[in-house]
Design a protein around this ligand. Sequence first.
Ligand code: PMP
Length: 386
Amino acid sequence: NKEMLLIPGPTPVVDEIYEALSRETMSHTDMRFAGIFSEALAQTRKMFNTDGEVFVIAGSGTLAMEMALANTVARGEKLLIVSHGYFGDRFIGVAKALGIEAEVLAAEWGKQIEPSQIEEKLQQGGYKAVTVTHADTSTGVAANLDKVVPTVKKYGALFILDGVCASGGLEEDMGKAYGTDDYKIDVVLTASQKAIGVPPGLAIVAFGPKALESRAKMDGVNSYYMDINNWSPVMKEPQKYFATHPINMIYGYAEAMKIIAAEGTAARYRRHAAIGKAIRAAVRSMGMNIFAAEEVAAPTLSCILYPEGVNDAEFRAVLAKKGLIVAGLLASLAGKGFRLGHMGNTTNDIFCKALEIIGETLGEMGFPVDSAKAVQVFKDVFTENN
Ligand code: PMP
């Protein structure tokens, strides 16, 4: 019986992926391995709808953030960071380490930055790129790409999207904007352990044509391992050597890409949107609030606020004893609630079980709630929206 790992990543890993991970390790120059890797890369390009290049290397999401910036914004160039929380802010440190001049638009936690605020900054001119976090894992706030992308594109800056808590669960279309010659998103960076459903260990970065052009114009990159010029020949022909591939992780990733293709990206995004709505409605039916307002809430995770008086450490420890692992809230929100991840290769049974356990535990702690009703609300809202 597996634990229910419902934190905002890593997410539950399905058996097909565990089986792929445990296959016999091949040589990193074996043509059979190259075939598996090439197929996974092709499927990733398809998922992001890009005719650019995708890089999948050993590392975590933070490496992917750094790789995205290092190859697009040179030392001394200006970057605008649009932050909806802790992970948006992380770009500040990354930019600093790379010698990039960063300006930050930080939203009040739980709120979105308005396109007009971005516009005001970009009007000042000189910004090479803008970073936006698709779903900020600290606040459960999602960016509104329909509004933000056109604003950024108006000023010609590169649009860099942190998809760590979104890719594979939320649409990230790097194709051309309708009726224009410009691309919507220039870079998507992500990691394996969230909506893609593979254990942690892979950094995934997709560079669109404009971002690749930008790298081509740079004299160099402040890193050897992260320079896409070193990886580009290898991603085209994975039997070539630059640095040893994480072979078994790539087996797992290739399996995940097959699972995503089989479900269909449109169906998968719809499923995630429906699960998000259903979880939030179910939680509210138990008398608890979601930190982010419904209009800005991310489909992949929820920051759930406790009723007054619940002891956070005790609540999560009891949940863990029952096999349900959730995460704490971060920074100023710590202790006030918990984070529930709802993304990746899940079936709805796990959420029904989780809601039951959450309700039962609240009851045991002196906060009686109707968890049977919450489960029904989850099922109904999911069906209405899927
Ligand atoms: N960006 C976002 C949105 C994240 O949620 C995370 C991880 N929680 C990161 C970046 C950093 O990824 P990692 O922990 O894999 O380095």
